[in-house]
Ligand binder design. Sequence first.
Ligand SMILES: Nc1ncnc2c1ncn2[C@@H]1O[C@H](COP(=O)(O)OP(=O)(O)OP(=O)(O)O)[C@@H](O)[C@H]1O
Ligand SMILES: [Mg+2]
Length: 381
Amino acid sequence: MGRQLGYRLRLFGWALSLITLGVLALALLGFVAVGTVSIAVWVGLPILLLSVRGVRLVADAHRRFATSLLGEPVESPYLKPVRGNLLVRLRAVASDPATWRDLVWLLFASTVGLLLSLLALVESVLDLIFWWLPPGGLLTLQARLCRAMLRPTDRTRSAQRIQQLTESRALTVDTNAAELRRIERDLHDGAQARLVAIGMNLGLAEELLARDPESARQLLTEARESNSIALAELRDLVRGIHPPVLADRGLVGAVQALALAAPVPVEVHTDLDERLAAPVESAAYFSIAEALANVIKHSGADQASVRLGRGADALDIQVQDNGVGGADAENGTGLRGIARRLAAFDGTLTLTSPTGGPTTLVMVLPCALSSPKTLPSSGTA
Ligand SMILES: Nc1ncnc2c1ncn2[C@@H]1O[C@H](COP(=O)(O)OP(=O)(O)OP(=O)(O)O)[C@@H](O)[C@H]1O
Ligand SMILES: [Mg+2]
């Protein structure tokens, strides 16, 4: 009975809020009309942009209403906002199919919707008085109509997907260009400089060989040393591109090696018993390496763990520590680097790090996995 009353009171509250939102929708319809008429003069642009933002807020409030009444999520269909001047932003908003659907819905919300809300208010008052009446019929009808008009369609979903892919492609190109520049710089400043020095030393030694064999010997020794350093640098560079441990032992083995080398105890849990495509292994390895480097550098943790598991067509990675927390991707390049690396595969990074800890990084890396075996193996390093 108490629950019934609570529910009926909630319906009353919703009806009141919907009326307010309906009036707002009516006002916004007016703003959209004024903005459209005055678009020829500059002032129409900001009015339209502000109205669209308002419409989205009101529509999102209706989505939340439909979600909680129908118990099924109604997601937002909008594209991410773009930066730029008013014209660029208006063009982006106009090319979002969800904007046009919102306008149709706005017509409904400010007329039929508002009327329905008024009737629903009357109904909810009657429901409170005559408690045997089945409650919330009109509100449910309104929630269904809102859901039908406001939920993402195939068209808005593919627009969102295209935007996401365009962004991740741009990130990939950026990341690849940055990586190439790094390799070029490392080669230029490292091995190339040493090879030049070796060449000069050898030339001088050649000249001195007959006159001053002792100096020539010294130069040859220097050249040999430079040669070893250049080799070591080249080896490091190659390791940075595709670490040999990854090629030899696969992702799980390489992550176990990372864990063993860490000064903090790191547990590795995994149900992965297959090799993945080399680029995927490499992206996962470097992301985990950076996450563990952060644990060591910043967290002050005395325990960390790495989990590698198979998700739906994706590799799920979790790196967790029991340290101080407060990680923020804005304060460095490492976490953003991970996000970029994963974005190249359409993957994602989710960081949870409240002050006081713990810090958890969840990385999802889409890739083809064979079907799971019945008995997962698990290892600890
Ligand atoms: N596991 C962690 N625990 C606590 N704080 C963290 C953790 N990881 C990162 N942080 C905080 O978040 C910030 C951003 O980390 P990020 O890896 O992006 O940069 P960085 O490690 O400082 O530098 P780099 O660019 O060399 O990686 C760090 O400066 C640190 O303060
Ligand atoms: Mg870092």
